[in-house]
Ligand binder design. Sequence first.
Ligand code: ZN
Length: 150
Amino acid sequence: MPDLRDLYQEVILDHYRRPRNFREIKGAIHRADGYNPLCGDRVTIFVNMDGDKVTNISFQGSGCAISTASASLLTEACKGKTDNETQALFDRFHAVVTGKGDGNSNGPDLGKLEVLAGVKEFPVRVKCATLAWHTFRAAISNAIDAVTTE
Ligand code: ZN
């Protein structure tokens, strides 16, 4: 039987090598830049919305496997969701990767994002996993300032 952690590792590496929605959305209504100085990860998130619904989302940047896979998975998870739904997903994701979620708290199903749950054992990697999320939330909040995890 394949080890679950190996499987998770495989998904992360797949998203790192072939990131989904890795492009610029020209003229995107919302965008924000994020930077994680601890690791050197940089990400730019582009979002278009119709009302409070995410209609298109993409990212660019360069960083470690965790930050790139997290951004790639984020774009897949948030497309088509409402502002509130993405916030709920982020809250749950944040709880899980920081080790505060024990899997039985209320909240949306993380789906594929669950593969990043292992970073809770590596506190220094938590910021790699959450960078894209902070940047995404900043983008749709129309924050103009660049995001830093520090
Ligand atoms: Zn990183």
